[in-house]
Structures are given as structure tokens and as C-alpha cells.
Write a protein that binds this ligand. Structure first.
Ligand code: DQA
Length: 145
């Protein structure tokens, strides 16, 4: 099974960006960890980050019928993007929405997600470890566990 791991704007700056909120782990470190974990779980992960809404939409479209699950941290687009939500609606595979921080204890504008209504599950506040937790859960979802 192939799992697409998508990260939105500014997540390429993890490690440097507001470390008190997002932690010190870089996106490369997260992705390398996921690749190792995927091997153990018998999965393949494809990792993609973009600062551009259109590039994320295009990547979600390209994944149509080519992936078995999607883990997405849409970052700021979570709170603004009907386009990403609509692109995800193409898919009939499990979708996990993930946030490093607990968006619900932050500013009110982060409480609204356009993605959660089309996601299978949502998780927030586990930091970088959340990606590993999401992949573990995804392994069960795609294998019918
Ligand atoms: C985020 C939360 C968003 O509100 C924010 O815009 C981000 C990161 C998170 O992972 O906690 O860029 O998605």
C-alpha cells in the first residue's frame, strides 16, 4: 500500500519556525522517520511539501487512484482552502488530518478546518510524533485492521 504524506506552507521551516509551538524536529527528519517506519509496516510513503495551494491541489489530483491513504497537514490552508477540501473529495481512501500543535487551544481562527469534514480522522497536538502515530493508524486502516 502507498501512503501520500502531504505538508502545507511553512512546514519546510520546521525546526526553525516557532520551535516552542512546533518543536525542533525538521521536516526532513520527520520524513526520514516515516520512510523507515513504512518499511517496517510494509507500506510505501510518498512525501510532498509545498507552500503553494495550487501545487498541493495538483499533487492530490495526481494521487487519484494511485494511493491507498493520505496523511495531510494542510498548515494554514486548513483554515482557508475550499480547493484542498474539494481535491480531497476526489478520493475514496482513508484521510488523516494532522496538526503538530493543538489548534483548539490556540487562536480562534485555527479552530475552523475546511478539511476535517472530509477526513476520516483528525489529530492535533502530538508534535512530530503525531506523524508516526498517524502512519501506524493508517497501516491498520488500509489493511482493514
Ligand atoms: C498547523 C496549525 C496551523 O494552524 C498552522 O497554520 C500551521 C501548522 C500545525 O501543524 O499545528 O502552519 O497545521
Amino acid at each position: 500500500p502507498v501512503i501520500l504524506v502531504l505538508n502545507g506552507p511553512n512546514l519546510n521551516m520546521l525546526g526553525k519556525r516557532e520551535p516552542e509551538v512546533y518543536g525542533s524536529t525538521t521536516l526532513d527528519e520527520i520524513n526520514e522517520g516515516l520512510i523507515t517506519q513504512a518499511e517496517e509496516l510494509g507500506l510505501e510513503v510518498q512525501c510532498f511539501q509545498s507552500n503553494s495551494e495550487g501545487a498541493l491541489v495538483t499533487r492530490i489530483q495526481e494521487a487519484f487512484q494511485n494511493v491507498d491513504g493520505i496523511i495531510i497537514n494542510p498548515a494554514a490552508y486548513t483554515h482557508t482552502s475550499v480547493a484542498i477540501r474539494d481535491a480531497l473529495l476526489l478520493h475514496d481512501v482513508p484521510i488523516i488530518e494532522l496538526h503538530l500543535s493543538n489548534v483548539y487551544k490556540r487562536e480562534e481562527f485555527r479552530h475552523k478546518s475546511f478539511v476535517s469534514g472530509v477526513a476520516t480522522a483528525q489529530m492535533a497536538g502530538f508534535g512530530a510524533m503525531g506523524y508516526n502515530m498517524a502512519l501506524q493508524a493508517m497501516a491498520d486502516m488500509v489493511k482493514g485492521g
